[in-house]
Ligand binder design. Structure first.
Ligand SMILES: Nc1ncnc2c1ncn2[C@@H]1O[C@H](COP(=O)(O)OP(=O)(O)O)[C@@H](O)[C@H]1O
Ligand SMILES: O=C(OP(=O)(O)O)[C@H](O)COP(=O)(O)O
Length: 397
């Protein structure tokens, strides 16, 4: 018996089933640029709909912090979701209240409805009982299929599981099973690559991670904060200077745990954040004051590849650079292809995750070659730390 109830345990026919999914997908100018998270939730939605459920999808997008920011609407996700499902998807302009209730009233068994961004309500991130009650009033059952948001104790990821009979969806189950199989007892040395842009929400994870992995490569926006903490001037780069103390503490802890930290030694810098922007490669000690680091440089990526060669297991979240705009995808693509080749050669077990990381691996053409690709980034790292994820814990029998 699994630790939690799954949708196989639920009688869903003609029931209003609130399904928390992760539709926080990479998007450019209102167009979804990577549909992996959409594709992964299809089995759960199809299963429930085929059994006659009224499927009501709850999801967040971006970080609008309780404001109705148009750029954070889930509306652009409707068409790609309908395409992936092969059936229509209705949309309601709010996730609670009269608008949502009216859209649910006209929903027939087997039909699918997506509700607008849960983070348009301040109560979502606060796990506010008032919002939980409003959401719960819209459904008979709750299914969580958003493993990649399970590290958040929010109204739709945690609170709701206590207000309605709660079940794990297929993707939630599959992620936990696959990660357990791949990384339950990782073969050493273990290398972790952590990059990306979510510095403040991920930096604390590194403190634990340096006690668990043998080599930690820090790239992307995350590296700038560490470089700045070491006194390096990073110009106009994405950098959270107020986290310098945290970064220093992590580097000190790594020294005591014997975890080798690899920071960039060179960088590709530009003055504009756009494709084809004039750029140059410089030593990290020579970043011009009016420029920003948008990728790690060739010497750094060579060091990353050499470190991958010394490892038996790779875990990766967060691209090494702003891979969406060329040529700042170079380091991420090179390191991804190198890890993929080592995996194909049988020398490396490689697990990567995160909305943008998956997009980056697809961009490099190697997502299929990695041992396992998770939809989760932050949640995957927290799972790796051994932390209990609130969204998973709330489903436990
Ligand atoms: N040096 C950098 N400067 C600014 N943005 C960066 C830099 N390196 C990476 N990024 C950005 O980080 C984002 C992905 O970060 P994150 O959301 O943490 O990853 P994931 O979604 O895989 O968990 C990408 O949009 C990428 O452009
Ligand atoms: O994209 C997500 O996480 P990820 O960037 O760690 O992969 C999840 O949707 C969680 O989003 P959040 O980090 O804004 O809570």
């Amino acid at each position: 018996m699994s630790a939690f109830k799954t949708i196989d345990d639920a009688d869903v026919a003609a029931k209003r089933v609130l399904v928390r999914v992760d539709l926080n997908v990479p998007m450019e100018n209102g167009v979804v640029t990577d549909a992996t998270r959409i594709e992964r939730i299809v089995p759960t939605i199809r299963d429930l709909a085929d059994r006659g459920a009224k499927v009501i999808l709850l999801a967040h997008f971006g970080r609008p912090k309780g404001e109705r920011k148009p750029e954070d609407s889930l509306k652009p996700v409707v068409a790609p979701l309908a395409k992936a499902l092969g059936r229509p998807v209705a949309f309601a302009d709010d996730c609670v209240g009269e608008v949502a209730a009216a859209a649910i009233d006209v929903l027939a068994p087997g039909e699918v409805l997506l509700l607008e961004n849960t983070r348009y309500h301040k109560g979502e991130e606060k796990n506010d009982p008032a919002l939980v009650a409003k959401l719960a009033a819209l459904g008979d059952l709750y299914v969580n299929d958003a493993f990649s948001a399970a590290h958040r104790a929010h109204a739709s990821t945690e609170g709701l599981a206590h207000a309605l009979p709660a079940y794990a969806g297929r993707t939630m189950q599959a992620e936990l099973t696959a990660l357990g199989a791949a990384l339950g007892q990782p073969k050493r040395p273990v290398i972790a690559i952590v990059g990306g842009a979510k510095v403040s929400t991920k930096i604390d994870l590194l403190e634990n991670l340096v006690g668990k992995v043998d080599i930690l490569v820090i790239g992307g926006g995350m590296a700038n904060t560490f470089l700045a903490a070491k006194g390096v001037a990073v110009g106009k780069s994405l950098c959270e200077h107020d986290l310098a103390e945290t970064a220093t503490r992590i580097m000190a802890k790594a020294a005591t745990t014997g975890c080798e930290i690899l920071l960039p030694v060179d960088a590709v810098v530009a003055r504009e954040f756009k494709a084809g922007a004039a750029n140059e490669t410089v030593d990290v000690a020579a970043v011009p004051a009016d420029a920003m680091i948008l990728d790690v440089g060739p010497q750094s990526v060579a060091a990353v590849s050499a470190a991958i060669d010394r490892a038996a297991t790779l875990i990766w979240n967060g691209p090494l650079g702003a891979f969406e705009i060329q040529p700042f995808d170079a380091a991420t693509v090179e390191a991804a292809r190198h890890a993929a080749a080592r995996t194909t050669a049988g020398a490396l077990l490689s697990v990567a995750g995160g909305g943008d990381t998956v997009a980056a691996l697809n961009h490099a053409g190697v997502a299929e070659t990695f041992t396992y690709v998770s939809t989760a980034g932050g949640a995957f790292l927290e799972w790796m730390e051994g932390k209990e994820l609130p969204g998973v814990a709330a489903l436990t029998r």
